[in-house]
Design a protein around this ligand. Structure first.
Ligand SMILES: O=C(O)CCC(=O)C(=O)O
Length: 223
């Protein structure tokens, strides 16, 4: 049984089930009201996770984008790369991302994520957090091109970082409403159903020195 040691998030339902290849997969349902979130701690072995981390760090076309907020330009506090099918361009925070062509590694990870989630993806946003100072502000993946109830498969590689969920509507005691989920290397988080309608999520900065982390979020973009 896992306990993510935060707020009300103590009761986890753990399931073991098999896939076509007869591999046993541990799945933990994260009990967020009005959300559908599952955590697979051992989606990749430690060796596989290290292999993919190195390959993706070395080969993806990383960029530090600039976004405009309140009329000012800011550098996004992490590196990013967008890959996918030709039709899958993506807009957020006044930023337009046009897809690079799939790499072998991304295609093979996409296939594994599709199998486990029984979903088709046509794109992936890769984020490289170079150290604890890199972060992602709280947001919901609720852009119209993702559809009303998107399925998002989020794969973590490298240093452990904590994903913080905050409820979008119940803000009476915001701190208490935060649910923290440490994401281990090789783990997969699947968000679906009404998760993006009801919850924000983000990665906070950390003061302590830490190694790099890559996160991949596989998505389906409606052209
Ligand atoms: O790095 C993470 O785990 C979060 C990534 C994320 O929220 C996103 O790409 O929208």
């Amino acid at each position: 049984m896992y306990d993510f040691t935060s707020g009300f998030l103590t009761l986890m339902q753990q399931e073991l089930f098999t896939h076509g290849n007869n591999q046993l997969e541990t799945c933990i349902r994260v009990p967020l009201p009005g959300a559908d979130v599952s955590y697979y701690p051992d989606f990749l072995s430690a060796d596989q996770a290290q292999h993919y981390f190195n390959r993706l760090q070395d080969t993806l076309l990383w960029r530090q984008e600039q976004i405009q907020l309140y009329g000012k330009q800011f550098k996004v506090p992490r590196l990013q790369a967008w890959y996918g099918n030709k039709e899958a361009s993506y807009r957020y925070s006044n930023l337009s991302l046009y897809p690079n062509t799939w790499t072998t590694e991304l295609l093979s990870l996409k296939q594994r994520c599709e199998q486990i989630s029984a979903t088709v993806f046509n794109s992936v946003l890769a984020n490289l957090y170079r150290d604890g100072q890199d972060s992602m502000g709280k947001h919901a993946d609720d852009e119209s091109e993702l559809g009303r109830q998107p399925v998002i498969a989020s794969l973590s590689l490298g240093a452990m970082r904590t994903l913080v969920f905050s409820h979008k509507h119940n803000l009476s005691e915001p701190k208490k409403q935060n649910v923290k989920l440490p994401l281990a290397t090789g783990s997969l988080l699947i968000m679906k159903g009404s998760t993006q309608q009801n919850w924000l999520h983000g990665i906070a900065k950390r003061k302590t020195p830490m190694a790099g982390r890559i996160n991949l979020t596989f998505r389906f973009i409606y052209p």
